[in-house]
Write a protein that binds this ligand. Structure first.
Ligand SMILES: [Zn+2]
Length: 87
């Protein structure tokens, strides 16, 4: 991505046919560099259940009906009293 733009700059750098073309190339190199840096960043964790939460934490809960423990992603608000089997 970056290489072609840099190469074009080298070719036209000494005697640009049109100055505005050179400016445009400079912009493209900057854009390519910025894009490169963005792609090198580690991907942000994507929560599966809540789009607003940044970290999904799994909590263990005990069902009041059968006493079995079950796991669910931690959420705001009230915790469920019953597991998925008894809900
Ligand atoms: Zn249960």
């Amino acid at each position: 991505m970056r290489s072609w733009a840099t190469r074009a700059l080298t070719v036209y750098g000494d005697a640009p046919a049109r100055p505005e073309e050179l400016v445009d190339l400079h912009k493209r190199v900057t854009f390519a560099s910025a894009k490169l840096e963005t792609s090198q960043r580690p991907p942000r964790p994507r929560p599966a259940h809540s789009p607003t939460a940044t970290v999904v934490e799994i909590e263990s809960l005990t069902c009041e009906s059968c006493g079995r423990t079950f796991e669910r992603p931690r959420q705001r608000g009230r915790k469920p009293k019953h597991g998925p089997d008894c809900a």
